[in-house]
Ligand binder design. Structure first.
Ligand code: FRU
Length: 485
């Protein structure tokens, strides 16, 4: 079933057909729900539904029937879900807490927000009979509601994307919403429409202080072209968002090309904020060479916040449950030293693995060091840390199948917040993706790769000077779909 070429083995992808944004992320009663933009009729985008999957551990997923179908108010665009524990909506019936979902209903030039609720742990949904709950105010782009309970204000807060701004609303019953304020004019990147916002609090690393983080996806206008996810750090006073940094600051959550529309789970443990993104880019999402499905989600990542030399930094680490799919036996290579013309070549050809590298001594003359992944006759992907530019980059211009779109073959670079990112890096490779976590989760790059079937090697290398590694560790990863006997 999940044996097709390029089929992700530990990232969620639908059995078949088209998927985009994660939607309705909510944890309830032992299950993480992942709804998603879904087109059950085709492998290209079309009339949107909400597909549905659940997981006990954020890693192993079970696909369930389609949760929401388009209706006379329009397609079912992106949105969220919350647990209404105190039944503020009055929609609860029976024993289970009522789950309430918000989504945009899309018709050309008429986007509005609707509500549906579930009494049976998200298995079936009843659309509210007086939808929409927020009508279109006369704007073309008005979508992607994300709701959370604000303890301080004893109110529900909703943020949504309106043109290239974010609007905030409040409600005491999830049904009647009042406009509060807008944010975005002149702040951050504005090369495209703003989409899929999220707003939450994170504890600042090493302190007891909490800050608010506003997530805003943008398409186009990302740093490497096409779509990308930016964020702002500041305060939310219950009515409006006030950023700490000036209008010119632009912060990207991920420096790669393929991490979009990322939002967080609601109702997870206090102090644990987890999000997931759609692992593609609108520039070529409809063309990637996969069949009978299109698109996968990123790995779920736990978020943190740090103050660094260059200001606020949203940190991301793959969730600890990821350890569930690590093979016990790992290859740890001792005393690895590389220099010009003398790379360290791995004997193995593994599709699914995690590679951890930690340099201990870097000759000051070293210009760059890195890893060449899946090096075959026609294929290679170079992951490089440039000490000169203080940048990580991924070069996928020779990574395999690249010519399905002129936008795909790319050399993408992301600035490291500090030299510290020299210290260690984690690469996670699935059948068609690479996720790079550098430093303590301070820099992420997510990239799709479609390598040809070749006899690969892998090489750790350096240019200009010698690099000695404290750790070179390769761990094989198990498929979540086809567990080996
Ligand atoms: C983001 C997005 C959302 C919209 C959905 C439609 O990728 O454009 O703004 O709700 O996709 O599928």
């Amino acid at each position: 079933m999940y044996n097709h070429p390029y089929r992700p083995q530990f990232h969620f992808s639908p059995k078949e057909k088209w998927m985009n944004d994660p939607n309705g992320l909510v944890y309830y009663d032992g299950e993480y729900h992942l709804f998603y933009q879904y087109h059950p009729e085709s492998t290209v985008w079309g009339p949107m539904h909400w597909g549905h999957a659940v997981s006990p551990d954020l890693i192993h997923w079970e696909e369930l029937p389609v949760a929401l179908y388009p209706d006379e108010l329009g397609m079912i665009f992106s949105g969220c879900a919350v647990v209404d524990r105190d039944n503020t909506s009055g929609l609860k019936e029976g024993e289970e807490d009522v789950l309430v979902a918000f989504y945009t209903q899309h018709e050309e030039n008429n986007e509005k927000q609707s509500l549906a609720y579930s009494h049976d742990r998200g298995r079936t949904w009843i659309k509210y009979d007086q939808n929409p709950v927020i009508a279109n105010p006369g704007m073309k782009d008005f979508r992607d509601p994300k709701v959370f309970w604000s303890q301080e204000n004893a109110k529900w807060i909703m943020c949504l994307a309106a043109g290239d701004e974010i609007q905030f609303y409040e409600s005491s019953n999830l049904i009647n919403w009042e406009y509060l304020s807008s944010f975005g004019n002149d702040f951050g990147a504005h090369g495209g429409v703003w989409e899929c916002p999220d707003l939450f609090q994170l504890k600042v690393d090493g302190t007891d202080t909490k800050k608010w983080v506003l997530i805003v996806s943008i398409n186009p206008g990302g740093p490497n072209g096409g779509s990308a996810t930016q964020y702002f750090v500041g305060e939310f006073d219950g009515k409006a968002f006030h950023p700490d940094e000036g209008p010119a600051h632009i912060r990207w959550a991920d420096g790669g090309k393929d991490f979009y529309a990322a939002v967080s789970w609601s109702n997870t443990e206090v102090e644990r904020k987890i999000w997931i993104g759609w692992m593609s880019n609108w520039q070529y999402a409809n063309e990637v060479p996969t069949d009978p499905w299109r698109s996968a989600m990123s790995l779920p990542r736990e978020l943190g916040l740090k103050m660094t030399e260059s200001g606020w930094c949203l940190t991301q680490k793959v969730v600890k449950e990821f350890d569930n799919i690590k093979e016990e036996k790992l290859n740890a290579y001792e005393n690895v030293v590389v220099k010009d013309e003398q790379p360290f070549v791995f004997p193995s050809k593994d599709e699914l693995f995690e590679l951890k590298l930690k340099p201990k001594n870097i000759d000051p003359d070293t210009k760059e060091w890195g890893i060449v992944l899946r090096k075959g006759e026609k294929t290679e992907t170079c992951v490089t840390y440039s000490r000169v530019n203080r940048q990580w980059s991924v070069d996928r211009r020779r990574s395999g199948a690249i010519d399905f779109s002129e936008h795909f073959p790319s050399l993408d670079a992301a600035g490291a917040t500090r030299q510290h990112t020299d210290h260690h890096v984690q690469l996670i490779l699935d059948a068609c993706s690479l996720e790079l976590f550098a430093g303590d989760g301070e820099l992420m790059m997510t990239e799709l790769l479609f390598p040809f079937d070749e006899d690969f090697t892998m090489q750790v290398y350096s240019v200009g000077g010698e690099v000695a590694f404290e750790e070179v560790k390769l761990t094989r990863l198990k498929s979540i779909w086809n567990p080996k006997a």
